[in-house]
Design a protein around this ligand. Sequence first.
Ligand code: NAP
Length: 341
Amino acid sequence: MAVEQRMKAVIFDEHGPLENLRYVEDLAVPEAGPGECLVRVHAVGLNGFDPMILNGIPGLKIPLPMIPGGDIAGEIAALGPGVDASAWSVGRHVSIMPLMPPKMIGETLRGGACEYISVPAANLIPIPDGVSYEDAAALPVAYGTARRMMVTRGKVSKGESVLILGATGGVGTCCIQLAKLAGAEVVACGSSKEKCDRLKRLGADHVIDTSQQDFVDETIRLYGKPRVWGKSGGVDVIVNYIGGETWAKSLRALKHDGRMLTCGATAGFSPPTDIRYIWSFEQNVIGSNGWTSEDQAALLEMVAARKIAPVIHSVRPLARIKESLQELVDRKVFGKAIVTV
Ligand SMILES: NC(=O)c1ccc[n+]([C@@H]2O[C@H](COP(=O)([O-])OP(=O)(O)OC[C@H]3O[C@@H](n4cnc5c(N)ncnc54)[C@H](OP(=O)(O)O)[C@@H]3O)[C@@H](O)[C@H]2O)c1
């Protein structure tokens, strides 16, 4: 494959609003160093954290100028010295595992909103036949995180009831699919009628329109009020990565010995809580962070086997990335926003 010397990319030189993003056409193409492969990027998935990285996160050292985008799918364009040529070859379709502890592509390492990126061969995962670049780019951060939270940490199982707040996002749309695959009953929350209709079509058994309904009242209407004595009422599992004012409220809808799963706090990480519910109802708060290459490979196989389907809200060319990020900020995205390169 012929590799150009200069490439198109989206970069920002300082933290701030979306206006800080610049589309350039003359960035130097990186070289594949020892043990690395140069990947020709075809699709990038955007995440809730991309606008946060652009804005700057206290305590997180983000290298500037920065290229956003942690979810990357593409094809190998060149092998660096020392890469096993029997395992990897030019033209191979690959998904990139963005986590390189303690760093992460798109967060503390330059991301994929560009034509070429050089990454360690150890971070490449083959894309199975029949899986598109767009679908592969939708998976790593959001679907990987959802898999760890629902399967490894949350152990959601058949017959359980699962309430998912903010179910319309990247993590949430995957949580719904994984919970249904596990045989659970799903109550999904969205902030409009249109989003709730789509949640139903995705497989949610019940939906709660949070612009009209109180999610605690609705959950109690469906499952009854949680009881300490008799241990009835409430849901078995709540997925809450929204935080903020939803945190203490959620405890009122959780069953005795229920699990509250969290992987983030979109609306605030330091909310008031109500510890009385945690001890009285013997509730379990379970954190989940990141995912593994095995999770990412398993998700690719599940897509190839048609067990799950990434929910893709929009596909736009790289030059229009700002529109997609603006929709994320405005909560207008259902599932994943993809940018093609
Ligand atoms: N720890 C990890 O490894 C890890 C990895 C990935 C993601 N995360 C975290 O997981 C969470 C979900 O990520 P995501 O990319 O799926 O989506 P996201 O952009 O954080 O949003 C998910 C959903 O939350 C709702 N929402 C957005 N802003 C809100 C606000 N201010 N208040 C209340 N609800 C709001 C929206 O649904 P409605 O408009 O329908 O309500 C949106 O669809 C985030 O907190 C993210 O930081 C953690």
